[in-house]
Design a protein around this ligand. Structure first.
Ligand SMILES: Nc1ncnc2c1ncn2[C@@H]1O[C@H](COP(=O)(O)OP(=O)(O)OP(=O)(O)O)[C@@H](O)[C@H]1O
Ligand SMILES: [Mg+2]
Length: 501
């Protein structure tokens, strides 16, 4: 078999940073090839070069032995038969699936779009992918997993022989992830070459043949997945040994004082009859599968969404009237949102300003905004969370996905609020940084803050929580108080609750 992709001495610069340094390696035809590395290692940048998103770089990209230089991603799809599926797939919500898949290349009858033919062709592809939706369905009705399948369908419509998946499973349910893996295996059988980026190492062992590891923009090595271990992969990525399992190192400072109490909370749609208490100094875990209703509960608690029934008590006082996020912040409760792209930070702000948004009072000296304090705070978190590049004056939007997440974490970790809700705090974050985040959370509770951590990763929920609430389909199905009660099979059973088989 030949080489599907060859990178030869690729160098890439952004203003002030050298992000890819002499990268050379190749991907065999028909293999599933993982691209691994810490946040900011350069994985997405390399894929963007491959797919024609970035046209300015040094070095050569060869597809099937031929040098290419695509003008844009469309050029890459049409002339290189190479497609990229990323986490936030671009779709036009108002159009049908078929219109999205064929966008710009619709089958025509004369000058008119031939919708009959469009739907027949697209439905055939969707069937091949085992999708439970049709070409004529509106995209707005699809789940995150459905949209990802749509992107793959589009790649197949254009007969792509190379497909890249950049953190495809970050927002998928268990079932959707399994469906995606089935599709990857099928594509591979049909000779399609797959490049796969994920921070979930267990996935690498499930579907990848080989893995290339990058560190700080440099090529480190390419390994045969079957002949390697999780520890070896982590060591190659980070350059040292790191414990990849979430765990508490310090005793819990949990007290009996109730800081937040929720009674029979219902929003009439995503969750109902939710009851729980959060104690001062506690880390309360909320485990469930994607779509269980946890995000909606948290948004309702901080006043971002409306409830239709039930009560919320903050530090003993019932929340009444026109509750909203501004009032919530003032009252001492904040939420780090799951959706970092649209809710997490200001696009036009630097890291330095984004980190300071929720802690303006902390940065006042005699009533004036103290820029020095602001910068010092940002630098502290940059050091603690190992943010790359170590530049507080960089625009957050230009950071890698995982590093953006770290900036948002820093913002919430430096607030004055004493009840902090973290919704999927380590989404897209590499293994080494995860451990640092857990340490910082321990420091927060030690300072007397109280945390809720919503997580879809079981090892994280189990390793971090003092107490764990499990949700399934909008209801709390279990409360586990003693660590010894934690058993991953039981917890998964409670989370599945007959929802997914
Ligand atoms: N448009 C840009 N302008 C300036 N710097 C950028 C830009 N895009 C990426 N970078 C920088 O390039 C480096 C590599 O980023 P990249 O997104 O490739 O990392 P990654 O390996 O995909 O990380 P992650 O796991 O967090 O997604 C980072 O330091 C990032 O800040
Ligand atoms: Mg990336």
């Amino acid at each position: 078999m030949g080489k599907a992709v060859e990178f030869v001495k690729i160098n890439k610069y952004f203003p002030g940073v050298h992000v890819l340094k002499d990268i050379s390696f190749s991907v065999e035809e028909g293999e599933v090839h993982a691209l691994l590395g810490e946040n900011g290692a350069g994985k997405s940048t390399l894929l963007n070069i491959l797919h024609g998103v970035y046209t300015k770089y040094e070095g050569e990209v060869k597809l099937h032995g031929q040098k290419v230089n695509f003008k844009n991603p469309n050029d890459a799809i049409l002339n290189g038969k190479i497609s990229k599926v990323h986490q936030e797939t671009m779709v036009v919500e108002e159009l049908t699936v078929g219109q999205n898949v064929t966008l710009g290349y619709e089958p025509k009858k004369g000058v008119f779009v031939d919708f009959g033919k469009m739907n027949r062709e697209v439905d055939a592809i969707l069937q091949e992918l085992n999708c439970n939706f049709k070409s004529s369905d509106l995209v707005s009705t699809l789940t995150a997993g459905g949209k990802q399948m749509l992107a793959i369908a589009k790649a197949l419509y254009h007969h792509s022989t190379i497909i890249s998946l950049d953190e495809p499973t970050a927002s998928l349910t268990l079932k959707e992830t399994e469906a995606l893996f089935e599709v990857v295996k099928k594509l591979k059988k049909n000779g399609v070459t797959i490049l796969y980026v994920s921070h979930r190492l267990e996935e690498i062992f499930q579907i990848c043949d080989r893995a290339t590891i990058m560190r700080d923009g440099e090529y480190i090595q390419t390994l045969n997945v079957k002949e390697t271990t999780r520890e070896e992969l982590i060591h190659a990525m980070v350059g040292r040994s790191v414990s990849a399992v979430a765990s508490r190192l310090k005793p819990s400072p949990k007290t009996d004082e109730v800081v937040l109490k929720v009674e029979n909370l219902t929003d009439g749609h995503h969750f109902r009859d939710v009851n729980f208490e959060l104690h001062k100094g506690e880390i309360l875990g909320f485990f469930g599968l994607v779509g269980a209703g946890r995000t909606e509960i948290m948004r309702t608690i901080i006043g971002a969404d409306r409830k239709i029934g039930g009560k919320i008590f903050l530090k003993g006082k019932e929340v009444t009237g026109n509750w909203n996020t501004t009032k919530a912040l003032k009252a001492g409760i904040g939420l780090l949102p799951e959706d970092r792209k649209t809710q997490g930070f200001m696009k036009q702000f630097t890291n330095y300003d984004n980190i300071a948004i929720s802690s303006l009072e902390k940065n006042l000296t005699a009533g004036f905004l103290d820029q020095g304090k602001k910068l010092k705070n940002a630098e502290y978190f940059f050091e603690e969370l190992d943010v790359h590049p170590r530049k507080p004056d960089y625009l957050t939007v230009n950071m890698s996905g995982g590093n953006q997440q770290k900036v948002i974490l820093a913002r919430w970790m430096s607030t004055d609020v004493d009840v902090i809700i973290f919704d999927e705090p380590t989404k897209g974050v590499d293994v080494a940084a995860k451990a640092e985040i857990y340490r910082l959370m321990e420091e927060l509770v030690e300072e007397g803050k109280s945390l809720i951590v919503v997580s879809s990763e079981l090892p994280e929920a189990m390793g971090l929580s003092d107490r764990l609430l499990v949700m399934s389909e909008g209801r709390i199905t279990a409360e586990l108080t003693v660590r010894e009660e934690y058993n991953s099979d039981t917890i998964l059973d409670y989370a599945i609750g007959g929802n997914e088989e």
